[in-house]
Design a protein. Structure first.
Length: 420
C-alpha cells in the first residue's frame, strides 16, 4: 500500500471523527456503533478469517505426519498481525511444546540484516557499492580467479555490490584452512575473512551468480573495519535494539535457552535430533564458546522480531516513526541485479541486493505475485514481503534436510489465497 493511501481502518476512523462533528450526539452514537459490530481486525484487513484459520490445522497435520517437529507461522497486513500459530514441539526430549515466541536459528535470513547494515554505511557516505573490497580489506589485493584450473588475476577486483548480489565469484563455502568455520565457529570474523581472501574466485566478478556465504561474511568484516565496532555490536546498536528485536542475538543468553527450538530431521519415519554435523554445530550446545558471529547465518530470532524487520523494509525504511534507510535505498535493494544469469532458488526468481525477487511469471506456482521478495534459512525458516499486497508471511521451523518445503509451501499458498 502506498504511503498516501488510507487503509480501510484509517478511513473508518476519519469518517467517525467527521460524523461526530456534524451529527447530533444521539445520532452519531447510533451510526458509530455500526462499523464496530460489523467488522473485526481480520475482516477489515481483507482476509477471509475462516480460510486463515485453517492454517493451524494444516500445520498440525504436517507435524502429525512426522514432516516437522514443530512450526510457527505469522501473517501480517497493513502492519497488523492477522494470523499466528504454533504447533508441535520445540524440544521433543524435554517435552517442550512449540510456542509463538519460540526462538529459531534463522540462518541465512541473517543476510538481509547484514545487507541493511552495509546500506546504512552507504547512506552515511562511508562506503560505496562501487568500492573495491580491497580498499577496506587489503588481504583481497592478491586474490586470484580460477581460469580453467589455473589461477590468474581477475580482470577487475570484487566490488561491494558484487558481494551483495552474490556475483563476486567467492565460494559458497570455504575450502581452505577455515573449511570447518561454519560448524566449529572457533575463529574470529577477521581471521575467517582473511582466510577466505586467499581462496581463488570461481569466476570473474560480476559475470555469474553463485550463492556465497564467504561473500556475506566479507560484508560483515567491512562493517567492522568501516564502523570501528565489532560486527555484532553494530548490528545490535543500529538495528536489533531500535527495532525492538529483543529476542534476536548471535550468542544465546542463558535466560533464553529454554525457548530455543532444537533442530530435528526425519529418519526412519520419525523426527531425530540433529547432531554436531549441522551448521552452527550441536543445536543443544547453543554455540557455547563460539567466536564467529556469522554475518551470513549467525542470528537466532522469533517470528515477532522478524516481523519488525520485514515491516521496516515494507514501510520503505521506517518502523514506528524511526527511519533506518531511505525509500531510494529500499528500492535499490529490490531491483534485480542478475538479469541474464541463472540465479536464485525459486522458479521465476532473480537476486537483488541480498533479496531473492520473484521477477518472471514462468514456473511461479506458489501464488507469489511479481515483485514479491524474501529470504530463507538453511533450517527451513522463510520470510516473504508482498509490496503489491501490503503483506508479510513468516514461517519458522527447525528442520535438518528437506522436511520443511511441503509445509512452508502449503502455508504460503494458504496465506495468500486467504486474501479477499
Amino acid at each position: 500500500m502506498e504511503p498516501q493511501q488510507l487503509s480501510f481502518f484509517k478511513w473508518v476512523i476519519f469518517k467517525r471523527s467527521s460524523l461526530q462533528r456534524v451529527l447530533s450526539p444521539v445520532l452519531a452514537l447510533a451510526v458509530l456503533a455500526l462499523p464496530l459490530a460489523a467488522a473485526d481486525d481480520k475482516t477489515q484487513s481483507g482476509f477471509d478469517p475462516q480460510r486463515l484459520g485453517k492454517i493451524h490445522q494444516r500445520m498440525q497435520e504436517f507435524v502429525n505426519a512426522g514432516e516437522a517437529a514443530g512450526i510457527v507461522t505469522m501473517v501480517l497486513r497493513g502492519g497488523e498481525v492477522v494470523q499466528k500459530t504454533a504447533v508441535g514441539m520445540q524440544n521433543i526430549e524435554d517435552k517442550r511444546p512449540m510456542r509463538e515466541d519460540s526462538i529459531f536459528q534463522i540462518m541465512s535470513m541473517t543476510k538481509p540484516i547484514t545487507a541493511v547494515g552495509i546500506m546504512m554505511l552507504c547512506e552515511e557516505g562511508k562506503i560505496n557499492l562501487y568500492d573495491e573490497v580491497q580498499t577496506y580489506l587489503p588481504e583481497f589485493r592478491d586474490q586470484m580467479v580460477n581460469a580453467n584450473g589455473w589461477p590468474k588475476k581477475p580482470s577487475c577486483p570484487i566490488r561491494i555490490g558484487d558481494l551483495l548480489s552474490h556475483t563476486s565469484g567467492m565460494r559458497q563455502m570455504p575450502q581452505g584452512d577455515m573449511k570447518d568455520i561454519h560448524w566449529k565457529m572457533d575463529h574470529t570474523l577477521a581471521e575467517a575473512v582473511a582466510s577466505f581472501a586467499k581462496e581463488p574466485l570461481e569466476f570473474e566478478p560480476g559475470t555469474k551468480w553463485l550463492y556465497s556465504n564467504t561473500g556475506f561474511a566479507t560484508l560483515g568484516r567491512i562493517i567492522e573495519v568501516v564502523s570501528g565496532q565489532t560486527y555484532e555490536s553494530f548490528i545490535q546498536s543500529r538495528l536489533l535494539q531500535p527495532l525492538q528485536m529483543k529476542d534476536t542475538f548471535f550468542y544465546p543468553p542463558s535466560d533464553k535457552l529454554d525457548r530455543i527450538a532444537i533442530v530435528y530431521g526425519p529418519k526412519d519415519g520419525k523426527m531425530t535430533r540433529a547432531g554436531s554435523q549441522i551448521l552452527g554445530g550441536d543445536p543443544g550446545a547453543f554455540r557455547k564458546g563460539s567466536k564467529y558471529p556469522g554475518p551470513e547465518y549467525g542470528l537466532f530470532s522469533t517470528t515477532e522480531d522478524i516481523s519488525h524487520f520485514c515491516q521496516m523494509i515494507l514501510n520503505h525504511g521506517t518502523w514506528k516513526g524511526t527511519r533506518f534507510l531511505s525509500p531510494a535505498t529500499i528500492e535499490t535493494m529490490r531491483q534485480v541485479q542478475t538479469s541474464g544469469m541463472e540465479a536464485g532458488w525459486y522458479p521465476g526468481a532473480d537476486y537483488g541486493l541480498a533479496w531473492e525477487i520473484i521477477n518472471r511469471p514462468n514456473g511461479v506456482w506458489g501464488l507469489l505475485p511479481l515483485g514479491t521478495f524474501g529470504h530463507g534459512g538453511a533450517f527451513g525458516t522463510q520470510e516473504w514481503i508482498f509490496p503489491s499486497r501490503d503483506m508479510i508471511t513468516i514461517f519458522m521451523v527447525a528442520c535438518d534436510g528437506d522436511c520443511s518445503e511441503r509445509p512452508e509451501r502449503a502455508f504460503q499458498e494458504m496465506a495468500v489465497s486467504s486474501l479477499e
